[in-house]
Design a protein around this ligand. Structure first.
Ligand code: AMP
Length: 282
């Protein structure tokens, strides 16, 4: 496994791979790797000659300084996991290698998608994600990129970025990997205290039960009320949002127009730890 800390060294290596006509797959992460990340690497390895994984805790996508400060950074363990998965190339830049400029200078706006759900509750988050992904795509120049369904709105934002900026990259959505009780793997889960851990899967339970009610014909408004009541039954869990969205433009919807394009999205807190999750309607 090759580990690069500088983009110019990474480029030199990848240009040589391109000369050999090798296809390049890319997985972008912020480290603290878990089974969800492993799954992305496995999907990537299946489709491509060379799998590149980046580990970069992108400071400009954190709207909460405490969240950035507390974000886990177990670099040694991450490299062991990537080695274990036979990842070919790791890009492990420092801040300067990515932002050799003021990151507020050139900004990408995403329109409607950055004003709802995660965009609404985490101001600036998606511009931070968008900028770093745009830069990483230029640095890695992959044929394919793998993003998790776990961050569904981010996936659709990246789809918009690829389309609107004419990147020649095939985007793959990898299904969410979950613990036995349904809790989606997340780097933030290590912060959940043992006493409250059984509550963490209630967001997923809420999504599954809400989806069932929708399928039985309960109107979206009433399902939202069900979800709100459900979460309030499990203090200290608090609900930030529960919405049914049309994934074609990520708009909040009151009616299911196309069941293949509909998803249920939830976000909330377990004490001070923010958790998000989603399921597709179908
Ligand atoms: P992160 O390191 O949190 O930025 O995540 C890197 C990538 O892994 C993103 O595309 C996430 O959507 C994806 N990911 C995170 N958690 C999971 C999970 N439980 N299952 C599948 N993919 C995931």
């Amino acid at each position: 496994m090759e580990v690069f800390r500088k983009k110019k060294d990474l480029r030199k290596y990848l240009e040589n791979e391109c000369l050999k006509k090798h296809s390049i797959g890319f997985v972008a992460t912020m480290g603290a790797l878990h089974k969800g990340h492993r799954s992305l690497i496995r999907y990537c390895k299946k489709d491509n000659d060379v799998t590149v994984c980046s580990i970069f805790v992108n400071p400009i996508q954190f709207n909460n300084p405490e969240d950035l400060e507390k974000y886990p950074r177990p670099v040694e363990a991450d490299l062991n996991i990537l080695n274990d998965e036979h990842c070919d190339v790791v890009y492990l830049p420092d801040r300067e290698d990515i932002y050799d400029h003021d990151p507020d200078r050139t900004v990408i706006q995403f329109g409607k998608i950055e004003t709802v759900l995660e965009g609404k509750y985490r101001p600036g988050h998606f511009r931070g994600v968008g900028l770093v992904v745009a830069k990483l795509f230029h640095i890695v120049q992959p044929n394919r990129a793998y993003f998790g369904q776990k961050d569904l709105q981010q996936f659709y934002l990246v789809r918009q970025l690829i389309n609107d900026l004419s990147y020649n990259i095939k985007l793959v959505c990898v299904p969410t990997v979950r613990e036995k009780d349904g809790l989606a793997f997340s780097s933030r889960n290590v912060r959940i205290r043992r006493e409250t851990r059984p509550l963490a899967c209630k967001f997923y339970d809420c999504l599954v039960q809400s989806r069932q009610l929708l399928k039985e014909g309960l109107p979206v408004d009433q399902v939202r009320k069900f979800a709100t009541d459900f979460i309030s039954g499990f203090p200290p869990l608090t609900l930030e949002y529960f919405e049914v969205v049309d994934t074609r433009d990520f708009s909040i919807t009151k009616h299911i127009i196309n069941k293949y394009e509909t998803a249920l999205c939830i976000a909330g807190y377990l004490n001070n730890i923010r958790l998000i999750d989603n399921v597709f309607y179908n």
